[in-house]
Design a protein around this ligand. Sequence first.
Ligand code: PLP
Length: 406
Amino acid sequence: MSNILNSIAADRLSKINESPTLALTKLISQLKSQGQKIIDFGVGEPSFETPDHVNKAAIDAIHQGKTKYTPVDGTASLKKAIVHKFKEDNNLDYETTQITVGCGAKQIIFNAMMGTLNPGDEVIIPAPYWVSYPDMVQVAEGTPVIIECGQSSNFKMTAEQLEAAITPKTKWVFLNSPSNPTGMIYEKSELDAIAKVLMKHEQIWLMSDDIYEHLVYDNKKFYTMLNIEPKLRKRTFIVNGVSKSHSMTGWRIGFGAGPEELIKNIAKIQSHSTSNPCSISQYAAEEALKHDMIFFNKWKSEYIKRRNLAFEILSQSEYLDIIKPNGAFYIFVNCTKAMNKKTKDGDLIKNDQDLCKYLLHNAKVGVVPGSAFGLPNYFRMSYVSNEETVKNGCCQIINALNELSK
Ligand code: PLP
């Protein structure tokens, strides 16, 4: 029980943390405001501008007075555009009643947890994971069950690991491919094996977070689970959005597709929190989803160049060990060999957090410790900025690491 004389905080807050990636962003902007030149490899948003035709749709919406409340979980026309997207990109047929729209994919996942979990329900989350998953589960009074997926399995959950973690209390399993923070993509055969496990356990729902679906390189192919096993449809919830695909992180539009009962529950939660997502953003997202993504080819080739550059430079360090990722815009770097080394000031690098602090203050580069994603002794670097910044930042990391004791 909280002590009401001392604290206004709810008990549930004791179980969750501030988002470590947002905390890093805050610290970097503080250092920048003190005049320090910091390269921010912590951010998880594309550097490109939102496409012009999307911006124009928003401006038109304002001029046309489309600035009022909309239905809580999205306008009918946006839902139609989302149905179109699922058909075009994923070969999946949905009705508009099976679609929900929220303020970013984040709100969609949060609402899904709030609308489905009872105390003690277990949610299987492969680690490394996107930072918010376990905290969202905790806020909704569920129990996160973390499966550690190490470098030997390319940071992916195997069917055997999943099977071993399932209990009668398991309600959801989370999958995120391409992954934040690792950039890894589940192969068809790997999804197939996971699908077979899920088919055996009828009480379990699948949360398929497909937000990075377009960020796939090196002739890899993106599959969402329902392409592999359509029979899972009555207990699969697909989450996606325009944040990463159209560089619209600030517009806050995400969406989900799944069985109607779940969609209604999510809308119920949303109706008592934000109500509809911003009407203007909805019209912009509709425009984004109705059109092809020709602009994206250029973005993709830029991401590939930046990834290659970061991979080549960072691989030169004796302290770092990296698997080249095929998707998203992150590299997840094994920095185990830098542990227990001393800085030139004599400080011991005890863990990944110490190393990230050291890199922030000495290399002037912000990267996020792997422990924030549930896998210590790594750091995540995001290569969204531009080639020059990626090159400079990675060289600064190498130089700072070279100054550690041997
Ligand atoms: N899921 C993953 C894996 C993410 O990395 C992010 C954002 O970083 C989100 C969901 C949330 O996206 P949005 O900005 O649309 O809320």
